[in-house]
Design a binder for this molecule. Sequence first.
Ligand code: PMP
Length: 787
Amino acid sequence: MTEPFSQQGLKFLDRNPPAFAMDSVQTMAQHLFGVEGDFKSLNSERDQNFRLAARDSRFVLKISNVDEDPAVVDLQTKGLQHVARVDPTVPVPRVVTTKSGQAWAHVEGPDGAMHMVRLLTYLPGTPLGETSLTPALLRNLGGGLARLDKALRGFTHPAARHELLWDLQQAPRLRPHTASIVDKAERATLEKWLDGFIDDVLPGLARLRGQVIHHDANGNNVVISPDEPNEIAGVIDFGDMIHSFMIADPAVSAADLLMGEDMLEPMGDLIAGFDSVLPLEEEEVDCLFDLVVARCALSIVILAWRNAAPDGPGYLEGYGPRALAAMEHLLTMGRAKVRAHFRKVCRFAPFCPQPGDGGLNEDSASLLERRHHALGKALSLSYDQPVHVVRGEGPWLFCADGSRLLDAYNNVPQVGHAHPHVVRAIARQAAALNTNTRYLFDKVVDYAERLVATLPEGFEACQFVNSGSEANDVALRMARLVTGNQGVLVVENAYHGITASVDEVNLYGRPDWVPPPYVRGLVAPDPYRGPFREGDGDLAARYAADADRAIAELAAAGIKPAALMIDSGFTSNGVPEVPEGYLASVAEKVRAAGGVVIADEVQVGFARSGSHFWGILTHGVVPDIVTLGKPIGNGYPIGAVITRRDTLEHFGDVTELFSTFGGNPVGCAAGLAVLDVIEREGLMENAAVTGAHLRDEIRGLMDRHVWIGDVRGWGLLIGLDLVRSRQGREPASDEAKRVINHMRQNGVLVGREGPHYNVLKIRPPLAFQKQHVAPFIEALDKALSAL
Ligand code: PMP
């Protein structure tokens, strides 16, 4: 169907409406439909229409032009009947059938030709075009159109794809008729734009949701309630009904109704209203701009063609110039701005430009300034050039300037940024219910059962909170309660969270800090950098002996250990290669002194190690309490404490712990979905395989880069110790900073860790796969070469 529309396509050129005499119309109405009353002739280009005020209702009697295609009338009639059946609250005219139950009748006109006659109910109200278009009214219009489209979703008809000049999908057939545009510059603009639309936009639109739509919700075809000025009382005139992109309905309405100055905000109101009833897809929102411009362009061409016909001049006078002005206005605003606005009102993330598009969002500098104002300057940002992100997918982050970054740093998006399964689970649960654990609902129980099943036997009681810090805070309270002791052992430079009690046990980045007497730091078991190295005998025993020292110090102050709190990945110590048996030995000593073992799995839990679901199990230690945070919700804030039933019950006997948000159904849905993905996508195995490959490749750089002192880790948690010389192992701290910034500039995110901040921390989402290793290595190689 690519041949141009023929002159016959311009059906409305026929301006010979039927000319029935009033008395014959009255007789016909009485005879066919059994209605009588006052008839008033209505304006129509092609048909002959009457308003009929009967005793207790009003109708519109439509006598169709002789050229009218009965199949198209049938489409409209069936469409209206479908809406009435599916959602009777959508205000559209009702089809009144003839006495014999037909939707229309054929009647011979004064010209001797046969005309279709139909009766519809009349919807009273003020035409939208005659009222002031407030934001509330436009939102209601959008909502009304959405309700109509929702009702029409399942409707099909053989004539749904009939020939229609105004059909955006048939723009290629209209394209040759730009020849009718008299003004050369105007014609050139139109042709250039239409060619771009036809070649670059239209093919992609075939992916959008399609259905039969009204397709002509302009100022004449929508009426508002006489009583409620912001209420839509009716959508009428289904003459342009067609199967098209659903999104074309609000697009056509926006173009026709709002053409003029300052269309941006009003269009946004209309779209927001539509989206609130029938949620739009991102692609639909992104093509709206083009559809609105296309509608203006089509109007301009059709009117020019129409006006070029012998009886043409004067047709819809003023409409063409307005459409042209609107098109120019839209093009001046530009696709980027309009699209950004539509995205904003629908609460989609800002548009993510493609590389080369240039920055389309608020520029990073002004955002940074606003941030300093709103959040204070103390909240630091990573990297010399802050990362201004707008979206993520798998291990990728996409920036406002169109660049993309390979994320080898973040473990919160454990199964990958914006994983669709997790996103859907969150959205679906949020759409159904979000409440607290004082009520009975399934998700929290499902989630607790699934979590417990991943742990060794005996772990059967979950307490849900909102963060890793809260989990550690609760775990410390539990440990103190069940042991009756106060002391806490932590590893030097360890970090466990932000609450007041957890902060007391944080030794991270505080070498000179004197912790409270009941907190003791243990020397980190780091055979590369610590006091005991290769050749120093039984390293596990020598490092573990430090626990004896700590316990003795506590004892000297009259304190017994309540707990050892341990991140078994020793992440903030730079992911050292912990001597085998070390942790089991420390755990034994702590337990012997009356304490319990709290495994802080916030960093290392959830399959990251590649060999075990829980980090501490890689050390052969079964803890007493496990705390979870960060990765378990893939970004949705949830935290949990899991322990044995007797521990939790003991705790519960003494104190009631209730967290308002902890264990809420949406968080649990996120958590369940994360577990699904880890299982379904085999992410633990991926962590093992990809992690090993990544380490091998990094080690492969050691020949060329003397900066690499040591490469270690497990699964997808890797520490790369940078040194000024391999001999002296002097930490290359500043150099590490330069490396992470250089890599960031080259599109790869890593962090640095360890007491000297000289260890590159490589801890990507578990969606990081083999194909991501090469770009990572390339960026690392370049950064090291640049030192
Ligand atoms: N424990 C560890 C080991 C952590 O790394 C962190 C956060 N980085 C926390 C606890 C605290 O978690 P949150 O920030 O969710 O409170």
